[in-house]
Design a protein around this ligand. Structure first.
Ligand code: PLP
Length: 419
């Protein structure tokens, strides 16, 4: 178990707070995040890349308190939608440190990005044209290129392959920059890529930075002044005891190449990284109550959290460690499959897990749910979304209230003729 967890009287503690008490106080399901852990991970990244610009990938977890913590730690933000931009600005992330990404930005989103005066990473020629038509002053942009890099991760989160929907193919990169400089209100100053997520074998970053710098060399030759090189995010975490690579490992891989190539080309751009998962994933647990234990085809443990609030196992076949938060000192003795309450066979949170004897009313903790957890939640099956709690050195505060039934229907409308 990682340092922000402890066991006392058989109970799991996070950030010095008893999870059993949290579940009693706030109800379940419940997301609980340890603030200190996020700050530690953020600082590790900062120390590894002291002169890089670090943009937190907001989509991993864009609760406004989390964004605020990132702002306090000196992070900017990589936002992928108008809503994420709205939240990042509200959290006090400086506009100079916001990059608006996205493979299908709407005119409304582009207008918002222009008004907010944040940098935009352009994903297609059509987007370049839309933007040039809209901008009423010179704007600084980068282009997202697809470096055609294969990484060992789940296919749904590999984003840098030739067949992926993201970015401009590397072969076409120079020609789109050439088109951009011919437009008088567009000034390309950056180049951007993102090869995928949950990357534990970091070796593909070597080829990524090499290919990016090949492009930077070509762009410099045609007179483009590249001020930043953004290699995206993707550093993975250990979900099931895999060896985790540290930001410093990533730095030792990337920085020497980046610095050597910059010197060869004779330029001094800033390196940009966009970590998401690495910063927030292991800060958070999802607490969920056991409604029933049922011996059927398998030993099923039916809990009150389903894939509507935590979709990673169903969507990516992701493995997340599960423990009985009120029986931390008991020996594992039976094999259980933990399932949620959603009316779908695929609503499985953990398959064939060895756990101490599970009883109705027990409290389960699902670990490493801070990234792509709440941020991917929905109200499917008419389930109000749960609260989020921030713990810090023994204190606990609400950072999002649990939804009420009224939140399920607040935007619905009953036309008068149906009344
Ligand atoms: C999702 C995403 C990230 C963050 O990825 P992580 O695996 O969470 O680090 C960074 N940049 C872009 C463009 C993304 O889409």
């Amino acid at each position: 178990m990682k340092e922000h967890f402890k066991i006392e009287d058989g109970h799991l503690l996070i950030g010095g707070v008893d999870t059993v008490k949290l579940a009693e106080k706030y109800g379940t399901p419940l997301y609980v995040t340890d603030e200190k852990r996020i700050r530690e991970r953020a600082r590790k990244f900062k120390r590894a890349f002291p002169s890089a610009e670090l943009l937190y990938a907001a989509k991993a977890n864009w609760n406004i308190s989390i964004l605020r913590i990132m702002a306090e730690e000196g992070f900017g933000a990589d936002v992928f939608s108008d809503g994420e931009l709205y939240a990042a600005l509200l959290a006090g992330i400086q506009k100079e440190k916001i990059l608006f990404n996205g493979n299908s930005k709407s005119p409304r989103e582009l207008k918002m990005a222009l008004e907010a005066d944040v940098k935009i990473s352009i994903d297609s020629e059509d987007e370049l044209i839309t933007l040039a038509e809209m901008a009423d002053k010179e704007i600084e942009v980068s282009f997202r290129v697809n470096p055609n890099i294969s990484v060992k991760t789940h296919p749904k989160i590999a984003t840098g392959l030739r067949e992926s929907k993201f970015g401009i193919p590397a072969e076409e990169a120079t020609s789109i920059y050439e088109k951009a400089i011919r437009l008088d209100n567009i000034r390309p100053i950056g180049i951007h890529c993102h090869i995928g997520s949950q990357i534990l074998d970091i070796s593909p970053y070597r080829e990524t930075i090499e290919r990016m710098m090949d492009l930077v060399a070509k762009l410099t030759e045609i007179g483009i002044d590249i001020k930043f090189v953004d290699v995206g995010g993707g550093l993975g975490i250990s979900y099931s005891g895999e060896k985790e690579r540290r930001p410093s490992d990533l730095a030792s891989l990337i920085l020497p190449i980046f610095e050597r190539r910059c010197e060869e080309i004779g330029i001094k751009p800033i390196l940009v990284l966009e970590p998401g998962r690495y910063l927030v994933a292991d800060s958070t647990i999802l607490l969920t109550r056991v409604n029933a234990v049922k011996k059927a085809y398998k030993n099923f443990v039916a809990v009150d959290a389903g894939f509507n609030i935590f979709i990673r196992p169903a969507m990516y076949e992701a493995y997340h460690e599960i423990a009985i938060a009120n029986k931390m000192n008991e020996e594992a003795e039976e094999t259980y499959t933990v399932v949620g309450p959603i009316c779908e066979t695929g609503d499985i949170l953990g398959r064939d897990r060895k756990l101490p004897k599970v009883k109705r009313g027990d409290l389960l903790a699902i670990f490493d749910t801070g990234a792509y957890g709440f941020s991917m939640s929905s109200q499917y099956n008419g389930r109000p979304r749960p609260a989020e709690i921030l713990v810090n050195d023994g204190s606990d505060e609400v950072i999002r209230y649990g939804e009420e039934y009224s939140d399920l229907i607040v935007k619905m409308n009953l036309p008068a003729r149906l009344m």
